[in-house]
Design a protein around this ligand. Structure first.
Ligand code: SF4
Length: 284
């Protein structure tokens, strides 16, 4: 089976080596980014702007999502020194906005919530002006884990629904309703903190299915949404069904704004953390 040829609007080149400084810093601090692990097409642009999404809690995930290139397998124990190293990188890079995410750690009793909270606290101590956005796993719906996160006081709490309910077989171990509950619970426990979610398009979903998910997210109190084109990381991953043209992304963006989302990023190359700092300033 061949990977489908990308249309003209999806020809961005990743310039390897164009961000050696950033990679050196990450290496020195023994830090991982989802930018590198998920082979994000925006890495050159973001790293050049000193933007990165830090991946804490290791690089191995306990889930088997068929669209994701994050390594699967038995994770290493959580590293208590990681929060301080992330905080050091944030201070060194003088980041105005930082995104922190992780693989899903179903092997940990709290799913890693304590390390997330410690990372927020460490960044606050060294860079009090930095906005902190967390892109969370579902913690298997654990209210105590979400409460721990809310109590740490991040500026944005994110959890991606990734796709429409009919296609949830590509996310074994995840549940559509439970993922929505992660967002409603976060809103209940931190009412003033905006929540955010993201969808990949091009996996075979219909426009009305996407609209139904946007309505569910709005009802869940979600403020921010990202919509981007799914690109298969390799032949072993979930194949792309459709390449969604830019005009469809534009139409969905307008519809989402009409639904009342405070900020929407929608486009072929949009990823959860792409232009993350624009959400807070509502640069629609
Ligand atoms: S849970 Fe997240 S990191 Fe793990 S396989 Fe799924 S998408 Fe990838």
């Amino acid at each position: 089976m061949k990977i489908a040829r990308k249309p003209e609007w999806l020809q961005k080149q990743v310039r390897l080596g164009a961000h050696a400084d950033m990679e050196r810093l990450l290496g020195e601090l023994r830090l991982n980014t989802v930018c590198q692990e998920a082979r994000c097409p925006n890495v050159t642009e973001c790293f050049r702007q000193k933007q990165a999404t830090f991946l804490i809690l290791g690089t191995a995930c306990t889930r088997l999502c068929t669209f994701c290139s994050v390594e699967k397998g038995a994770p290493l124990p959580a590293d208590p020194g990681e929060p301080a190293r992330v905080a050091a990188a944030v201070a060194h890079l003088e980041l105005a906005h930082v995104v922190i995410t992780s693989p899903t750690r179903d092997d940990l009793p709290d799913g890693g919530a304590a390390l997330y909270a410690a990372t927020v606290t460490a960044i606050r101590r060294h860079s009090p002006a930095t906005r902190i956005e967390l892109l969370l796993p579902d913690f298997q719906g654990s209210r105590s884990s979400i409460a721990r996160i809310a109590a740490a006081g991040p500026d944005v709490i994110g959890h991606n629904l990734e796709t429409v309910p009919r296609l949830y077989a590509i996310r074994p171990g995840a549940r559509y309703r439970r993922s929505l509950e992660v967002l409603t619970t976060a809103k209940e426990m931190a009412p003033a903190t905006p929540t955010k979610s993201g969808l990949m398009l091009g996996l075979g979903e219909g426009l009305d299915e996407v609209r139904a998910v946007l309505a569910d997210l709005k009802e869940a109190g979600c403020s921010y949404i990202s919509l981007g084109q799914y690109l298969a990381p390799s032949l072993r991953h979930q194949p792309v069904v459709d390449f969604i043209p830019p005009e469809i992304f534009d139409r969905l963006r307008r519809e989402a704004l009409q639904l009342g989302f405070a900020h929407v990023e929608s486009g072929p190359y949009v990823r959860s953390s792409y232009h993350a700092s624009d959400y807070a300033i509502g640069k629609n």
